[in-house]
Design a protein around this ligand. Structure first.
Ligand code: ZDP
Length: 284
């Protein structure tokens, strides 16, 4: 079997995109994601994203992590998704609807003088009740600056779902944390029945955050769009930032705004890298 794909990246968070509207989601999507995302034996990516048809929106997006698990949502991925469907002429609208595990979200292609500058996405409302993130042990309460012990170290955790689960911890210096060791321990911590993405955040000032991330199902990545949204929400809930701020990631910058309607708006780049045809091996 062969599969036509296009490789995209947003702030260095990279994805393989496949137009699956014709044949639907492959039954081996999870295994395919493991094979394709492998940086030595595959194309190399943080995730595999399918464009599918939807009965409730213009498109449906499904995203698989590099480990084969499926995520409900992906912030950098949905910007890549939006430019992919727009650039390929699957829609001529600059504003359209995408069905995701976080509900129906609305990307907007930002064009100026015939050139696409980036994508803004209405990411919907953050979910703060522990039970719905999910975080165990807090019932319907919010989890704001609660002490969590990970590998014998104590952190203050603020938990937010943007469709997918996030645990945000504020630190003095992002380089002081051994994310590759602490990250997996957060991911597997008993608080998080669906595992978690974890953001390590420094407040530079009230409109500038610096964030590094350990992604559930992927490892350390250069950026995480839903994580940047969760970090801004956590910073506001802790009284440490304004509702509109820039988040600096290893791979770029995102502008995040938590507006009056309680929706989060994320603005940032998405760039095509290359396209090709993938040969499915036996292991998939
Ligand atoms: O929730 C998860 O399992 C994430 N690993 C999905 C990907 C999130 C992402 N980094 C983002 O930008 O929101 C891609």
């Amino acid at each position: 079997m062969t599969l036509a794909f296009t490789k995209w990246q947003g702030c260095g968070n990279d994805f393989v995109l496949v137009d699956g509207r014709g044949r639907g989601l492959p039954t081996n999507a999870a295994a395919l994601s493991r094979c394709i995302c492998d940086r030595h034996y595959g194309i190399g990516a943080d995730g595999l994203i399918f464009v599918l048809s939807s009965s409730v929106a213009d498109f449906c997006m499904r995203i698989f992590n590099a480990d084969g698990s499926e995520a409900e949502m992906c912030g950098n991925g949905i910007r890549c998704f939006a430019r992919f469907v727009y650039d390929e002429g699957m829609t001529d609208k600059e504003n359209f609807t995408v069905e995701t595990g976080a509900g129906i979200l609305v990307p907007r292609i930002i064009n100026e003088n015939g050139k696409t500058l980036g994508v803004e996405v209405d990411m919907g409302e953050p979910v703060l009740e522990a039970k719905h993130i999910p975080v165990e042990g807090f019932g319907e309460n919010r989890v704001i600056a609660e002490e969590i012990e990970v590998l014998g170290q104590k952190f203050q955790a603020t938990c937010v779902s943007m469709g997918n689960p996030h645990c945000v911890v504020f630190v003095g210096d992002v380089n002081d944390v051994a994310i590759d060791k602490v990250g997996p321990a957060f991911e597997q911590h008993r608080w998080f029945p669906k595992r978690t993405n974890t953001e390590f955040v420094v407040i530079r000032d009230r409109t500038h955050l610096r964030m590094r991330v350990w992604e559930r199902g992927a490892a350390v990545t250069l950026a995480c769009g839903t994580g940047a949204c969760a970090s801004l929400v956590a910073a506001v809930l802790n009284g440490r930032a304004e509702r509109n701020a820039e988040v600096e990631l290893d791979g770029g910058r995102l502008q995040i705004a938590w507006k009056e309607n309680n929706h989060i708006y994320m603005t940032g780049p998405a760039e095509r890298v290359f396209s090709g045809v993938y040969e499915e091996g036996d292991q998939c």
